[in-house]
Write a protein that binds this ligand. Structure first.
Ligand SMILES: NC(=O)c1ccc[n+]([C@@H]2O[C@H](COP(=O)([O-])OP(=O)(O)OC[C@H]3O[C@@H](n4cnc5c(N)ncnc54)[C@H](OP(=O)(O)O)[C@@H]3O)[C@@H](O)[C@H]2O)c1
Length: 239
């Protein structure tokens, strides 16, 4: 797949074949980034690129990526290492809800494990693989797409696997922000709000345009922007 090169910044969005991820990819591309659109199914990644680029002249690249599969992550790392060899923004958007109608007492733990494997370890694995490319940028931005469902300050019952995965993702944000602060890296979590997607359902009040906005803002922060924070509507929210 051809890479459109130049001085333009490069961004990668996990799970960008549909939903919020695809909209983040679209908005970043419209801001002039070269965007690596990824999906578990390579045909879905190609399809998203085709649809997004229709008549718009955007710089997009389709790649296969399953964040829960170490081989898939490694294959992508190798391809990006060769070309373009640098990454300016990583948006860890890929996520699953897991079993919703459950609670701590009855949750099938294998389902909680699967949810953690994508929402926490998937983001962690992909970040680990791509950190050398992000450090090379000198202005790396990492955005972890979290959720209000993971806020300890407002923790309620229900779907514990999902909640815990997002709380843990927020911890990853804090730790990484501290560890990578010296490399010009800004690492933040965000909550898109309740958004009309396959995950959010048709009753959700927010469009994908609104849901993607804060992630795009965090992916394009200036060098003196915030790090180690949790945001919704471009405003800090409690952990
Ligand atoms: N929608 C909301 O109201 C809402 C609220 C708060 C937070 N969020 C968060 O926002 C993010 C995006 O949600 P969404 O509403 O856009 O969900 P969505 O429409 O269900 O899309 C999820 C995306 O993640 C991908 N994905 C799932 N598992 C993956 C894996 N192992 N490797 C790579 N990609 C994977 C999916 O790919 P496939 O097509 O292959 O399944 C899909 O592209 C999630 O992290 C979610 O937790 C959403």
């Amino acid at each position: 797949m051809a890479v459109v090169e130049g001085e333009r910044r490069t961004a990668l969005v996990s799970g960008s074949n549909r939903g919020i991820g695809r909209e983040v990819a679209r908005q970043l591309a419209e801001l002039g980034h070269h965007v690596i659109v990824t999906a578990r199914d390579p045909a879905a990644a190609e399809g998203a690129v085709e649809e997004l680029s229709k008549g718009r002249g955007l710089s997009l690249q389709a790649e296969q990526l399953d964040v829960a599969d170490p081989h898939s992550v490694e294959r992508l790392r190798e391809r990006l290492e060769a070309e373009p060899g640098r990454l300016d923004a990583l948006v860890n958007n890929a996520g699953v809800m897991g079993e919703i109608a459950t609670n701590v007492a009855e949750a099938p733990l294998d389902d909680a494990h699967t949810t953690m494997e994508t929402n926490l370890f998937g983001a962690w694995r992909l970040t680990q693989a791509l950190l050398p490319l992000l450090r090379r940028s000198g202005h790396g931005r990492i955005v972890n797409v979290s959720s209000g469902a993971g806020q300890l300050s407002d923790m309620n019952g229900g779907y514990p696997g999902y909640r815990i995965s997002k709380t843990a993702l927020n911890a990853l944000t804090r730790i990484l922000s501290n560890e990578e602060g010296g490399n010009g890296m800004l690492v933040n979590s965000m909550c898109p709000g309740w958004v009309r997607t396959d995950m959010g359902g048709s009753a959700a009040p927010r469009s994908v345009t609104e849901g993607a906005d804060t992630a795009v803002w965090l992916a394009t922060l200036p060098d003196d922007g915030p790090t180690g924070g949790f945001f919704r509507n471009r405003e800090p929210i409690p952990w």
